[in-house]
Design a protein around this ligand. Structure first.
Ligand code: CAA
Ligand code: NAD
Length: 300
């Protein structure tokens, strides 16, 4: 549906239907916040068991949100949860999700796999559909290199946990039109996020700044300057962060951390992003953080 014109020539569309491809940690959160805001959502993943897992986690997190909104009113909570949950259809077939106003990709962080998906989406989706990637460290221009609709493409970078973190980074690709950019900003607001804008640069705003912070914390610990526990306490009580750098690394995943640093180092050659032997060793040993039961701390 066409609602209003912004400064550019192309009309801006109101997003009513959203498809999220990839039903993991981020994709399930994105599906949840869109459904909570009254939008119809299709969540696509390759494996049915991952869709089951996503649905369970969405139901739990909706209940958390509902309890916060409606306190002790159990029937209102139940109504909110069911209403939002029922707006999310799930499928293992991408074809079931292409008829949407906005398609957000939240699959594995691999350039070639993302490119293949976008090329397919570009062919299958209707003319007006906007395509977006939630990549945390890959260049969005590289991901979208093969698509034709470069004016209807950009980055929508969410933060973990999606239902709680209030920020959305809107990343401008080289061909993005004014109306697509405005639609993305409006959509972010419609799901309750505060949007900031960044060019397609390594790490965008938040990861570009979190990278050197987290890398220096690791080096500090590696050098034996302070214990990881004390560094964490220091940044929580002295820096005002909700988690210390080691707790955050375990939460985000050490593999994700390593990959993000690697990409930023390759693209910027800034020595602050240089590989960190301790991080590489832990990733090689499979100590990836909360998801494997052990990272800098143990979780079993
Ligand atoms: N869904 C819904 N609500 C959730 C939730 C979820 N998945 N996880 C936590 N919450 C809610 C809780 O219900 C709770 O609500 P109330 O305060 O109203 O009771 C609130 O969030 C706080 O949760 P907890 O009490 O369980 O725990 P906490 O106080 O330790 O907070 C946290 C948890 C929100 C994760 C907080 O520690 C935090 O903000 N940590 C930093 C996270 C961060 O920096 N994320 C960004 C990482 S970088 C990134 O994501 C980008 C990338 O590309 C890698
Ligand atoms: P995840 O591993 O939890 O989920 C990825 C999901 O995508 C899996 O369920 C997998 O089955 C599915 N998948 C893989 N290839 C697919 C395909 N071709 N079609 C459909 N589904 C497919 O990963 P995640 O942590 O949710 O990350 C997803 C994306 O979000 C990545 O690009 C990551 O960089 C980005 N991101 C992650 C975080 C974070 O903190 N984890 C934060 C911001 C952005």
């Amino acid at each position: 549906a066409i609602t209003r014109n912004f400064s550019s020539s192309a009309p801006q569309i109101a997003i009513k239907t959203v498809t999220v491809v990839g039903g993991g940690l981020m994709g399930s959160g994105i599906a949840q916040v869109a459904a909570q805001a009254g939008q119809n959502v299709t969540l696509v993943d390759l494996r049915p068991e991952l869709l089951d897992k996503a649905q369970k986690s969405i139901q739990n997190n909706l209940t958390r949100v509902g309890k916060k909104m409606y306190k002790d009113d159990a029937s209102k909570v139940e109504h909110f949860v069911n209403d939002s949950f029922n707006r999310i259809k799930v499928s293992t077939q991408i074809e079931d999700g292409v008829n949407a106003d906005l398609i957000i990709e939240a699959i594995v962080e691999k350039l070639d796999v993302k490119q293949e998906l976008f090329n397919k989406l570009d062919q299958l989706a209707p003319e007006h559909t906007i395509l977006a990637t939630n990549t945390s460290s890959i260049s969005i221009n590289e991901i979208g290199a093969g698509i034709k609709r470069k004016d209807r493409y950009g980055g929508l970078h969410f933060f973990n946990p999606v239902p709680v973190m209030r920020l959305l980074e809107v990343i401008k690709g080289e061909g993005i039109s004014d109306s697509t950019y405005q639609t993305m900003m409006e959509w972010g607001k419609s799901i309750g996020k505060t949007c900031i804008t960044c060019k397609d640069t390594p790490g965008f705003v938040v990861n570009r700044l979190l990278g050197p912070y987290s890398a220096e914390a690791l080096r500090m610990y590696e050098r034996g300057d302070a214990s990881k526990e004390d560094i964490d306490i220091g940044m929580k009580l002295g820096g005002g962060y909700p988690m210390g750098p080691f707790e955050l690394a375990d939460y985000t995943g050490l593999d994700t951390n390593k990959f993000a640093l690697q990409v930023m180092y390759e693209k910027t050659e800034n020595p602050v992003f240089k590989p960190i032997p301790l991080l590489n060793r832990m990733v090689a040993e499979g100590k990836l953080g909360i998801k494997t039961g052990e990272g800098f701390y143990k979780y079993k």
